[in-house]
Ligand binder design. Structure first.
Ligand code: SMG
Ligand code: MG
Length: 368
């Protein structure tokens, strides 16, 4: 296939409620879309980079710039020799920028699979038609406010609760949720790197709550620190930000620094790398689950396909559209008995709703 043009679309999608992590608070999901025009058809992807370089070093304006300046022209140079499988090797010379690379690869893969009448689920190796849904609950101003949200999510059927934590918002909220909803609630926490090697005793106190896992407690580059913590506490350590490639995943597993992995395709450079991590983890007996970056339907669709692979044995942060948005950019993903259907149509299996996209669009740029 041949990449003829790419439209980069900046969208501001309002969230129903603020989402606060240890890294900051977002009320609007500010995001870049990649709309690839090829000779075999069009493809879509949502770049996961946040508005600020707070989750990783990438941010939406930077992602748009590196795509426009380097990555899109580079792929256009391949002429009619382009395939989705060639995107990562072709862009390998460029360091980092994995979310930008992932979005471009995904949009091209979407076009390729639509043309072949194959779904992401089939292409990636999905074995399920629906996936269990968890929900990530942000840091709140008060415990009653937190309880209101958790109760609401459980009432609509979410199968697992993840609480965002940070120093000063950890032991008490976790204790209250555990005591209120009982020992059978699947409960986990995510610190987004908010703690240090000096906090191990504090984190060990969470052992009493029988958590499924603690996600990314200390800084992303301190993989050895996570190994030391994993040896010190009973709660399984799960890496998110640290796992940026299959190679890092392999090393972290071998070192004993991660007992479970949160796979986000965007963080690792795309779905093909994500499948490699899935396979490495599976061969090592390490369960994985699918993370989220507040994606609208365009990004969520492909994540649901990935979450249907066999070693995704824990509920993901792949929640329903109504968890985030009044109006999603695609037909909404809905929660049915705690599960969300994996799209079955060609490519990502969903299409943007143009009047909604127009409403949220801030600017567009064409690369030709
Ligand atoms: O998509 O439901 C979602 C958000 C899940 O908690 C979530 N993501 O570290 O895992 C994580 C955070 C990163 C969010 S940055 C906006
Ligand atoms: Mg996380």
């Amino acid at each position: 296939m041949k990449l003829e043009a790419v439209e980069l679309i900046r969208l501001n999608v309002p969230l129903k409620s603020a989402f606060r992590t240890s890294e900051g608070s977002v009320t609007v999901h500010e995001v870049v879309w990649v709309h690839a025009i090829t000779d075999v058809g069009e493809g879509w992807a949502e770049c996961a980079a946040n508005a600020l370089p707070d989750y990783s070093s990438e941010y939406h304006t930077g992602a748009g710039a590196v795509l426009q300046e380097f990555f899109i022209p580079e792929l256009m140079k391949l002429g009619n020799k382009l395939t989705a499988e060639k995107v990562a090797p072709t862009l390998h010379w460029a360091k980092g920028h994995r979310m930008a690379k992932a979005a471009l690869e995904t949009a091209i893969l979407d076009a390729q699979l639509r043309a072949a009448n194959t779904s992401f689920a089939t292409y990636l190796g999905a074995v399920k038609t629906k996936v269990p849904a968890g929900v990530s609950v942000g840091i709140m101003d008060s415990l009653p406010e937190l309880m209101g949200f958790v109760e609401g999510y459980l009432a609509v059927g979410y199968l697992r609760i993840k609480l965002k934590i940070e120093p000063g918002w950890d032991y008490e909220p976790v204790k209250l949720v555990r005591e209120t909803f009982g020992p059978d609630l699947l409960l986990q926490v995510d610190a987004n790197t908010a703690y240090t090697r000096n906090d191990f005793d504090l984190l060990k106190r969470l052992d009493e709550f029988n958590l499924l896992l603690i996600e990314q407690p200390i800084e992303e580059e301190d993989i050895l620190g996570h190994k030391k913590l994993a040896d010190y506490i009973n709660t399984p350590v799960c890496l998110d930000e640290s796992i940026v490639s299959a190679g890092v995943a392999r090393d972290a597993i071998e070192l004993g620094a991660t007992e479970i992995i949160n796979i986000k395709p965007a963080r690792v450079g795309g779905y093909l790398e994500a499948v490699k991590i899935h396979d490495i983890a599976q061969a090592s007996g390490i369960p994985v689950w699918c993370g989220g970056m507040l994606e609208t339907g365009i990004g969520r669709a492909a994540n649901l396909a990935l979450a249907a692979l066999p070693n995704f044995t824990l509920p993901g942060d792949t929640s329903a559209s109504a968890r985030y948005f009044e109006t999603d950019t695609t037909a909404p993903f809905v929660l049915v008995n705690g599960h969300i259907d994996v799209p079955t149509g060609p490519g990502i299996g969903v299409d943007p709703i143009s009047e909604v996209v127009q409403r949220y669009t801030v600017s567009t740029a064409w690369v030709k």
